[in-house]
Design a protein around this ligand. Structure first.
Ligand SMILES: Nc1ccn([C@@H]2O[C@H](COP(=O)(O)OP(=O)(O)OP(=O)(O)O)[C@@H](O)[C@H]2O)c(=O)n1
Ligand SMILES: C[C@](O)(CO)[C@H](O)COP(=O)(O)O
Length: 228
């Protein structure tokens, strides 16, 4: 079955505290977003790429593509006020039935193995989201203050989140709700079951300035340790 990925890069990156939205920041030689798209096409060069960008950044993206000689074929569409709206806009560009992944444009360290795990699991069970173990203790907050919970009952969720396109489109017809933090929460709220696949710990979402440094060390593990 044909594979498509909607790369969502329609956000403003407020937690990065940079004037330039974080997806365009130069990191390890080129804009983060280019690394992300490169990872996807290196996994499968026939993959259809749909890129969601803030409307007012399309011109900048065109200039960057020219400056970095970035020639990976992709279809552009505009982002909305929320990630939910951006994904919804991206889904409108998916023309034929396929397995569609939704991937954060700021997760440039997704591995080929994670992509394979997600597409293979979704082909078999209809959906797949990459998860990793939580490595710190977790506490629940409430009227009671806070209490420890069983960490083994929780997973940390990454992207790409992969689904049959027709089912995901149907799910995105719902009205937006506050707890829609990812595609799995939208899909599940429409009455579907989400399958889990193994993610990779390096697949961080670059969110804060610290993540740029951590990500750089993960991308180039052979660089001399900063402690030396
Ligand atoms: N309206 C939005 C909001 C987010 N995203 C995308 O969803 C991904 C994950 O979101 P996040 O890391 O929260 O990005 P921002 O919303 O840009 O960051 P912040 O929350 O710090 O403002 C990012 O690739 C981001 O560009 C999007 O396409 N459209
Ligand atoms: C989609 C996501 O990256 C999965 O972990 C995450 O939910 C995005 O959250 P954000 O608050 O929009 O960064």
């Amino acid at each position: 079955m044909k594979k498509s990925v909607i790369v969502v890069a329609g956000g403003s990156g407020s937690r990065m505290q940079s004037d330039l939205p974080k997806q365009f920041i130069k990191w390890c030689g080129k804009p983060i977003l280019m690394h992300t798209i490169q990872q996807l096409v290196e996994f499968d060069r026939h993959m259809e790429i749909i890129l969601v960008l803030p409307k007012n950044q399309v011109e900048l993206w065109d200039e960057l593509c020219e400056a970095y000689n970035f020639t990976v074929e992709h279809t552009l569409t505009y982002g909305g006020a929320t990630r939910f709206e951006s994904v919804k806009n991206g889904l409108e560009k998916v023309s034929e039935d396929c397995l569609v992944g939704v991937h954060d444009g700021v997760r440039p360290l997704v591995s080929a193995q994670t992509l394979k795990n997600c597409f293979d699991t979704a082909a078999k069970y209809g959906s797949a989201i990459p998860v990793i173990d939580a490595i710190e203790s977790i506490r629940e907050l409430g009227d009671f203050g806070s209490r420890a919970v069983a960490r083994a009952n929780y997973k940390m969720v990454q992207t790409p989140q992969v689904f049959f396109s027709s089912k995901l489109k149907e799910a995105y017809h719902q009205t937006y709700r506050d707890f829609f933090t990812d595609d799995a929460s939208v899909y599940e709220a429409a009455g579907n079951t989400v399958s889990l696949a193994k993610g990779n710990r390096e697949n961080i979402k670059i969110t804060t300035p610290m993540d740029l440094l951590v990500g750089e060390a993960l991308k180039h593990p052979s660089l001399p340790s900063r402690r030396e």
